[in-house]
Design a protein around this ligand. Sequence first.
Ligand SMILES: [Zn+2]
Length: 193
Amino acid sequence: MIDPKNIADLEKVKMTGRLLDGSIPEPNSGCWIWVKADDKRYGSISIGGRLKKAHRVSFECFVADIPDGIKVCHRCDNTFCVNPEHLFLGTQSDNMKDMSSKGRNPMQLRPERSSLRAVRTVRYGVDHHLAKLTPEKIREIRSKYRPGATWNTPEGSAKALAREYGVNDRTITRIVRMETWIDAALKEQEKVG
Ligand SMILES: [Zn+2]
């Protein structure tokens, strides 16, 4: 009998496709940054009309079912990451200890870093694994992007921008046609800054 709390096997196969499709591989960290919906702290994915945390779904699909009351924590410290190799099972207190030891618990930021902006930036991870992609750079990429760029006029092509910003082509494509957490981060920064 299949436990209805867990994702059925057939569903897992479909989910793995959605997880790969909904995330951007970040070559430096190896993180798979979830770029679909989010609840501001974690990526979200809809399964049968219910919103679940994307990293938990990834763990269930690629690694194992999650026992009751157990958290799925990030080794990489990027809560938007869904790379199963960066995920491990822990309790809430492991998660907090882990965050504190990495200085990510907003309560433990040093006073000079504890401005609202710092807390929000840390929360969104803009200054972490996606450090290359600051909100400013994302705006630049969008303004420089030319969908009609060709091999003899490569300026503004995804390839040219990828090289310029040190990310991969797919990342550029995502940025120019996305409704992602990075947009949310931009809006937050505008509000704060
Ligand atoms: Zn990661």
